[in-house]
Write a protein that binds this ligand. Sequence first.
Ligand SMILES: NC(=O)c1ccc[n+]([C@@H]2O[C@H](COP(=O)([O-])OP(=O)(O)OC[C@H]3O[C@@H](n4cnc5c(N)ncnc54)[C@H](OP(=O)(O)O)[C@@H]3O)[C@@H](O)[C@H]2O)c1
Length: 253
Amino acid sequence: MNQNDYKDQFVWIIGASSGIGLALAQELSARGAILALTARRKPELEKLKADLGGRHKVFALDLTDARATLLTAQAICAAFGRIDRIIFLAAAYAPMKMDSLDITLVKGIVDINLIGAFNLAHAVLPIFKTQKSRGQFALCGSVAGYIGLPYGQPYSATKAAIINLAETLYAEFGDTLDIKLISPGFVRTQLTDKNNFHMPMIIEPEQAAKEIAHGLMSQRFEIHFPKKFIFMLKILRSLPYALSLRLTRIIKT
Ligand SMILES: NC(=O)c1ccc[n+]([C@@H]2O[C@H](COP(=O)([O-])OP(=O)(O)OC[C@H]3O[C@@H](n4cnc5c(N)ncnc54)[C@H](OP(=O)(O)O)[C@@H]3O)[C@@H](O)[C@H]2O)c1
């Protein structure tokens, strides 16, 4: 690790109150970044800020509120003078079977994972436009969005949409902005604690944070890890439907 490779960079982490976002805040703070810490749970963010020390600031926000997202983005820009990197990690997950959907929960998950991403893009793209320096906008998808697997909805559909959204952002802004897609495999967090099945090649959030910190500095569009797991799913995704769909049905049993 280069202790100072993020020195004095202003980084906005959305989803910093737990899991991968919290670990990323610790990692980037150790590497010199100045952070805007966002999520809904303000006490967790305040504790993180106190633990990290330094010049970090807390901006509690419910990303499903478009106006609040716009105002928060403007407030961060005013407080820091510029935003170098924006890392969207907020998400909700509740695995469901398609024949027993909780439709209120479905709406809530789509609201956070997908509408939240649009609220953020709507708020930050004008800010990036006014900044002279080339900023970075990173969206967290998931391997769950690569191909429709059993029992992962509606989370996996929102993650497929995030992959698509990141691709569009790259197509529209890739020449002026550094657009990144983060694609983790299984990471041990409160999100995956809900799973009652074996999670192959699961890693700790601290390791995920190191992968992300490294990847954000790279030229690559997609930051994916762990490599072996990703490789297998990318192969599955690239197969003709006649084969891949047969395999996803086997996973179900
Ligand atoms: N863990 C995995 O295996 C895995 C695998 C692939 C992808 N991912 C992705 O990695 C990212 C981080 O997940 P995680 O595993 O670290 O889960 P996590 O610990 O549950 O973190 C989710 C974060 O999102 C925030 N959040 C949720 N709703 C929000 C809202 N409406 N407004 C603002 N913030 C909100 C949460 O904070 P508050 O509750 O305080 O708002 C929390 O900080 C997610 O995008 C997830 O889909 C995770």
